[in-house]
Design a protein around this ligand. Structure first.
Ligand code: HAM
Length: 418
């Protein structure tokens, strides 16, 4: 026998038993997002490497360490998308969306790729549902995307989570702040690990993402951006919070929500759940007003988020196991006793399916016992048995697999009886 081929590390199959929750998550997103006026966009999985290098930032972990980048057969450097925002912005610029409508509300689903160390809730191919509101520079727009995300998870039945919000201020506020931050960390540099020292040099805000306990203590005492916002940014943050309160969305201010991608300014936020273990963030986003112009378009203020589907499915699985109910039996299983009866069963199965009933049968004629076993395994409500006797009488034996009762029914009356 040839060797079995396994899926690639960090890239999982979504098996039929799991697909139901994925479909639920997706259909609720379609339903809720359309209430807010968002329309779906589908962009390619593969993009020019430059798009992500320029869009997300070369010093970010995602771009510097995690991208699936390779030369295609034409010698061009291409990358499997590590996130959805850059591709949506590329499409927005390429198709001149802004010329058709100053405001675009877009959402997307699909696989993303990051070469990370796989663990529970962290994969190399994972899926995101994301939304972007482009063309509105208002904290009310920031609130809209957060409220929409919040409503979506609530409709899915998820309640055990926290929403953390923060403001990174404007670029110029951040520049002043970064000087203070660097000055602070320089004084405690000897206590920083190797990786955090590199962060201090290349991208000091990233120190807040550090998993090192000693660094985390230093972070707690570090100056916070939120305390050094200018008047305008502070007012905007207030308006944002007020809009969340009006929509009854609970949140906590968390000055450490700096996000792992470089394009953010002003509002940032993350949804986290203690039910997820160490990979606790199941969605995150914020405002990014420079990305469109950095990718060649007219400057356009944008805000958006993306949610990690695997993590949401983990939460849904926990809910399901808490309220596990047995699925009611449904559908019909047809059981011909011999090859002669098979043709009639084929005719009946087609008409049942055409009428909207789930109907199944074994195409190989097997023993009655084995076919009944299969009917039960398929969780069918009825079995239709057809032997020579029934065939001659123009009838079937209809067995209710829930009550065990059975009766003879004319071919023409089957639909009425089930
Ligand atoms: P992100 O925080 O990098 O943001 O990813 C969003 C979510 O995707 C995370 O909160 C997490 O749930 C999920 N996620 C990320 N990496 C993995 C992984 N390796 N395995 C499983 N799930 C993962 C973005 O991607 C931004 N584009 C969000 C955004 C949209 N900002 C503005 N608009």
């Amino acid at each position: 026998m040839a060797n079995k081929i396994q899926s690639i590390t960090g890239m999982s199959d979504i098996l039929p038993d799991q697909v139901g929750l994925w479909q639920k998550l997706e259909s609720k997103a379609h339903e809720i997002f359309s209430l807010y006026g968002y329309r779906e966009i589908r962009t390619p999985l593969l993009e020019e490497t430059q798009l992500f290098a320029r869009g997300i930032g070369t010093e970010t972990q995602v771009v510097s360490k995690e991208m699936y980048t390779f030369l295609d057969k034409g010698g061009d450097s291409v990358t499997l998308r590590p996130e959805g925002t850059a591709g949506v912005v590329r499409a927005f610029v390429q198709h001149s969306f802004a010329a058709q409508d100053p405001i675009s509300k877009l959402y997307y689903f699909g696989p993303m790729f990051r070469y990370e160390r796989p663990q529970k809730g962290r994969l190399r191919q994972f899926h995101q549902v994301g939304a972007e509101l482009m063309g509105v520079d208002s904290p009310l727009a920031d609130a809209e995307v957060v409220i929409m995300m919040d409503r979506w998870v609530r409709v899915l039945g998820i309640t055990n989570y926290k929403l953390y919000v923060n403001s990174l201020g404007t670029n110029s506020e951040r520049e002043v702040y970064l000087k203070n931050l660097i000055a602070y960390f320089e004084t405690v540099k000897s206590q920083l690990g190797q990786e955090d020292r590199i962060r201090l040099e290349k991208n000091p805000l990233r120190i807040f993402d550090s998993k090192d306990e000693a660094t985390q203590k230093l972070c707690a005492a570090a100056p916070k951006l939120i305390d050094s916002l200018g008047e305008q940014s502070r007012m905007e943050f207030e308006t944002f919070k007020k809009a969340l309160n009006i929509a009854c969305v609970k949140f906590e201010i968390n000055p450490f929500i700096v996000r792992g991608l470089d394009y953010y300014e002003k509002t940032t936020f993350e949804f986290v759940s203690s039910d997820l273990g160490s990979q606790s963030a199941f969605a995150g986003g914020g405002r990014y007003n420079k990305l469109v112009s950095e990718l060649g378009g007219q400057e356009t203020p944008c805000v958006g988020f993306a949610a990690g589907c695997e993590r949401i499915v983990l939460l849904l699985e926990q809910l399901q196991s808490q309220s596990e109910t047995t699925h009611p039996k449904s559908g019909v299983f047809l059981i011909p006793f011999d090859a002669n009866c098979q043709s009639k069963c084929l005719e009946l199965i087609q008409s049942l399916r055409d009428q909207g009933y789930r109907a199944e049968m074994d195409y190989e004629v097997k023993s009655l016992k084995s076919q009944m076993r299969r009917a039960n395994k398929q969780n069918c409500r009825y079995a239709i048995l057809l032997g020579a006797d029934e065939l001659q009488a123009g009838e079937v034996t209809l067995k209710d697999l829930e009550s065990g009762e059975q009766k003879r029914v004319a071919f023409a009356d089957i639909l009425k009886s089930i």
